[in-house]
Every structure is written in structure tokens, then in C-alpha cells.
Ligand binder design. Structure first.
Ligand code: FE
Length: 208
């Protein structure tokens, strides 16, 4: 693939790890009708350097043994491998959610700022939540889907019934629709995609 040529100043291991992850994310996305309906997988991807920023939740993902079901073979291990060299985010550090939440909520970009790839048309992050975590109501202008890669969780979206989702299922969030996620006895590993309004802020909702 063409982007291999752009990685000359990056370590071979990082190159291979993110290239393999992108290949599996592409396959998983393109084999899912609801994902394809959300947006075409981008054809304008370019590679960009990644700065490794570890966080406490990254260690929890490496140690996680509770994924009972996996959508698309190999994707969980590819995400774990990339997690060992990713730019993990702590968007909610210092907010009302508190350090206990932030230390357990894991998120890193694949496509977008901080991620290994850039596209003008789609953003993609990994979101990991261990068992027994509540991600409270939040919202953003960007339209979004969550594609569950492993595990299960309860997804809530303002104005809709709650949905218990498992690996292979997709949930859509409309522009500025508050949404929340809660894990029970299982963890959950997701791919999250935005298709527009990339620069709109991600904010906690006033519903709490
Ligand atoms: Fe969201």
C-alpha cells in the first residue's frame, strides 16, 4: 500500500503495527452494511507520525481478559498492539467526571489528529471501557457511529430506547444528540467514527 512509503522516519515495528491495524479496520468497516451506509471508507488516507502517550487505561486494555466475543478476527489483538505505541487521549482529565473515570476510560485515535493516519472525510478512534464503568451523557455536532469490536455495553441516546449491544453491532448518534454508555459485567472495545464537523467540541451534556 502506498502509505508504507511515507513512513521512512518511523520505526519498522510502529509502521507494521499501524498498517496492520488499518487493514483490519478497513475490512471490518467495509464488511459492515451500517458502517458503509454511514460513510464510504476514506480513500485519501495519508500516514503521519505518532507520539506515544501512555495512560493508565492503556495498561487495563493490555491486561483485559474479559472479551467474550469478537467481531472480525484479529482486530482485538491489532488494537492491543497499536495501543502499546498510540497517542492515548485524556479528554476528560480535570472535568467533573473525576480521575477514577479518566483512569479507566481508554481512547486513542487511528484516523485524525494524534493518529497514525489523516483523512479529510472520516475520523476514527478506539474506545475501551472495562467492566463496571459509566460514561455519562455527552454530545457533539459531529454525527457518529460506534462499531462494537468486542464485549458488550448498554448504549443510551437522548430520545431513544436504551440498547444492549454486543460485538458486531452499530449505534448511530445524530448531531448534538446526547449519548451515554455503561458497561456491566463485561468490558467493551469499540471503533468510533465521525463523518463531518470534525472541529466541533466534545462536551458533557447538561442532562447529568
Ligand atoms: Fe460521541
Amino acid at each position: 500500500r502506498a502509505w508504507n512509503l511515507l513512513w521512512s522516519d518511523r520505526g519498522m515495528e510502529q509502521n507494521e503495527t499501524f498498517t496492520r491495524l488499518l487493514a483490519l479496520v478497513t475490512e471490518a468497516y467495509e464488511s459492515h452494511p451500517q458502517a458503509r451506509e454511514f460513510a464510504p471508507f476514506p480513500t485519501d488516507l495519508t500516514a503521519q507520525p505518532v507520539t506515544h502517550v501512555p495512560v493508565p487505561a492503556a495498561d487495563l486494555l493490555q491486561q483485559e481478559q474479559g472479551f467474550t466475543k469478537e467481531y472480525h478476527s484479529g482486530l482485538v489483538e491489532a488494537i492491543r498492539a497499536a495501543g502499546g505505541m498510540a497517542h492515548w487521549l485524556e479528554h476528560y482529565r480535570g472535568t467533573a467526571l473525576g480521575d477514577e473515570f479518566v483512569d479507566r476510560f481508554g481512547c486513542f485515535p487511528i484516523i485524525g489528529p494524534g493518529g497514525a493516519f489523516h483523512s479529510a472525510h472520516l475520523r476514527c478512534w478506539v474506545v475501551y471501557m472495562p467492566a463496571g464503568l459509566h460514561y455519562p451523557w455527552h454530545e457533539h455536532q459531529a454525527e457518529e457511529i460506534y462499531l462494537l469490536v468486542a464485549g458488550r455495553a448498554k448504549f443510551s441516546a437522548f430520545g431513544s430506547a436504551d440498547h444492549d449491544l454486543e460485538a458486531g453491532e452499530v449505534v448511530f448518534h445524530a448531531a448534538n444528540q446526547p449519548h451515554a454508555t455503561r458497561t456491566g459485567s463485561d468490558p467493551v472495545l469499540c471503533l468510533v467514527f465521525w463523518r463531518a464537523d470534525f472541529d466541533s467540541p466534545l462536551v458533557l451534556s447538561s442532562l447529568q
